[in-house]
Design a protein around this ligand. Structure first.
Ligand code: ADP
Ligand code: MG
Length: 653
């Protein structure tokens, strides 16, 4: 094997490099046209008073910052045209940083800190774990692998930082006042390590204000006010160059998103701020939960309405007076009469045509009176409506013929007028001051699909109502029962033709259950949409909460971002990390929200409210949650990714 030959190309060349900061109207020139050549294998100290520009110089050499003038060459290559991520690549593979304040991530353990640069270099987890363990063990920290920085002494933390600087090779070690925060023994230990590394072929650049520390180096460059005062270097490669280190194993150096790792980091930092995370989650949970619950309950309400309408019978046609465009207006013109009903009853396929007229009335019994609706109709009403008396009897055709003053009460009216232990049958009551005899009480029917009480009614013979109560013979509606449901459309058309011929105009509507179902469907869909929108708004508010928290998180963790960038994280890595964090919150919130929503709907069911569970709202709400994470996480994540590494590192947070 040949002895290693001296290097022929400088490792680092600064050619009239200058750096100015613009602060407000002022331009501060910190470095003035520095020219410096550093060879592979050198151990060089850069010494100067505080404020002389040492750290600024180190940041330039370490590609954390860019010069404002002059050229910087690394291994002969000019780097001024490099993109952000190319500079990150250099930091990852060429450099290892050791800072005065260690700059370890406080929430990560020693081995996790050491592994970080290797993670960004795309090294697989088992391999980087192994390397981190080896390095920490060789630095005497084999029993401290899983300690957090706060559980380690200053000297130990600095050794963790050295291990981190070495994990990707660390050809150039940049140490900025590495002993500054340590006692003299700890300081000596770190310097001894730097010697060992230099002997192993690493190029060491040691920055210090302390001449005693600078003495450790073979070459000392003194700077003052951003200019080189002295340099005891020979300007040529070291005479007995240390053996050139075998290049580290080639790592996959493309941005590979280690999802498990990223999610782990995200969970880590979410756990670190548990209370805040819970509050953020709450926003998403409420949003997603209400979407899921509202839609389940909305579907349930719709189903209930449809079932009830169907229960009314699919063989019914309803003829109402008034043209369609007057629907719902209070004073509907009365246009149907009993002759119309009689004619309709004669049509083929019509079993019965039951006329109804009616209006609001007051009913009195003894000292009680109550406001209700009177429906005047024929004896066929119970069959047509499939609604029969529970007690007593319904009036007969002869009652109708003889204008009999008899009344059948709905349950609600019976309850309002009579004591529970009183039998209303046979009693007299007054309707508009006309005495009527109670002959029956209808079975309870409940509320209509639209919520009005169907039992709040009294039924009287059509003739009695038209002549004695309302003094008019126009009908409100005619309930038509057909024989054959399959021919109901034809019958509907025949009724329309018949009435149009009789009236010479369309001053009525014929509706079937299908059209009733349609309009009920429509009403319910509108309700569901309304509820859904309210829920979606709360999800939006939840999303804004996520964005807010993520922005806070980014500014609180600026230093962490700086550290990650210093060890070679690309913009995309930082972006991914924060995006995944937002996504994890929203996914977690989405899962819990779906559970909460389903639970709410289930509880509602315990109280007799129908809820229907379909996968669509769940999938939708979940999708919304993910989209919320991506959309509202994007801005904070981008803000993090675009931070300047030097500025981020200098953050005091
Ligand atoms: P040293 O590390 O030698 O103590 P620095 O390189 O940190 O010195 O700083 C050198 C000079 O540059 C100081 O006067 C400092 O105030 C100035 N300086 C450093 N960073 C900035 C900045 N971001 N903006 C303006 N001035 C800066
Ligand atoms: Mg400094």
């Amino acid at each position: 094997m040949n002895p290693p030959s001296p290097p022929t190309e400088p490792l680092i060349q600064l050619d009239r490099v200058s750096k100015s900061y613009i602060s407000g109207p002022l331009t501060v020139d910190v470095l003035h046209a520095l020219t410096l050549t550093i060879w592979p294998g050198e151990f060089i100290a850069i010494m100067g008073a505080s404020g002389s520009g040492k750290s600024t110089l180190m940041n330039l050499i370490g590609c954390l910052d860019r010069p404002t003038g002059g050229r910087l060459l690394l291994e002969g290559q000019e780097i001024s045209g490099f993109e952000r991520d190319q500079l990150a690549g250099l930091r990852r593979h060429l450099f290892g940083f050791i800072f005065q304040q260690y700059n370890l991530l406080p929430t990560a353990t020693a081995d996790e800190n050491v592994e970080m640069p290797a993670m960004y270099a795309g090294l697989a987890k088992p391999e980087r774990s192994r390397r981190a363990r080896e390095l920490l063990t060789s630095l005497g920290l084999g029993d401290r692998l899983h300690h957090r920085p706060s559980q380690l002494s200053g000297g130990q933390q600095q050794r963790v930082a050295i291990a981190r600087a070495l994990i990707n090779g660390g050809r150039i070690i940049l140490a900025d006042e590495p002993t500054g925060a340590l006692d003299s023994r700890g300081g000596r230990e770190i310097l001894a390590w730097l010697h060992r590394l230099n002997a192993a072929g690493h190029t060491i650049i040691l920055i210090t204000h302390d001449p005693a520390v600078a003495q450790e180096a073979k070459r000392v460059v003194t700077i003052a006010d951003g200019r080189i005062l002295s340099d005891n270097g020979t300007g040529s490669p070291p005479e007995s160059p240390p053996e050139v280190r075998a290049p580290e194993r080639k790592t996959v150096d493309k941005q590979v998103i280690d999802l498990t790792e990223t999610v782990k980091i995200a969970l880590h930092s979410l756990r670190a701020n548990l209370f805040r995370t819970v509050l953020t989650l709450l926003g998403i949970i409420i949003g997603v939960g209400s979407v899921v619950a509202m839609l389940a309950l909305g579907d349930g309400a719709k189903q209930e309405v449809l079932t009830r309408i169907q229960a009314m019978g699919t063989n019914l046609l309803l003829v109402r007076s008034g043209a369609a465009n007057l629907r719902g207006s209070g004073g509907q013109p009365a246009t149907l009469n009993t002759d119309d009903a009689d004619e309709i009853a004669l049509l083929p396929n019509v079993r019965r045509a039951v006329p109804e007229l009616g209006g609001a009335i007051t009913v009195r019994h003894g000292g009680n009176d109550t406001q209700t609706q009177a429906t005047a109709t024929t004896a066929e009403f119970p069959e047509a409506r499939d609604w029969f008396p529970e007690k007593g009897i319904f009036f007969t055709a002869s009652d109708v013929k003889s204008f009999a003053p008899v009344v059948v009460l709905g349950q609600t009216v019976a309850e309002n007028l009579f004591d529970p232990d009183e039998d209303p049958i046979g009693q007299q009551l007054l309707i508009k001051n006309i005495p009527f005899q109670v002959i029956g009480i209808m079975s309870p029917k409940g509320a209509t699909p639209y919520g009005s009480d169907m039992d709040d009614v009294v039924l009287i013979p059509l003739s009695t109502g038209s002549l004695r109560l309302f003094g008019q013979r126009f009908l409100r509606s005619i309930n038509v029962e057909v024989e054959n449901v399959d021919a109901i459309d034809d019958t509907q058309e025949e009724i329309t033709t018949l009435l149009t011929t009789r009236h010479q105009m369309v001053d009525f509507q014929v509706r079937n259950m299908a059209s009733l179902l349609d309009s009920a469907n429509e009403t319910q869909n509108t309700m569901t949409l309304l509820l859904g929108s309210i829920a979606a708004i709360s999800l939006l508010v939840g999303g804004i909460g996520v964005m807010n928290i993520m922005l806070v998180s980014v500014s609180e963790r600026t230093r962490e971002i700086g550290i990650r960038m210093a060890v070679g994280a690309r913009s995309g890595d930082i972006m991914t990390q924060f995006l995944v964090e937002a996504l994890v919150v929203c996914l977690l919130g989405g899962i819990l929200g779906v559970v909460a929503g389903l639970a709410t709907a289930l509880i509602a069911m315990q109280f007799g409210i129908l809820a229907i569970f379909t996968p669509t709202p769940v999938v939708m709400a979940f999708g919304f949650a993910v989209a919320t994470g991506l959309i509202f996480g994007f801005m904070p994540a981008r803000k993090a990714a675009q931070l300047d590494p030097v500025v981020a590192l200098a953050d005091k947070g």
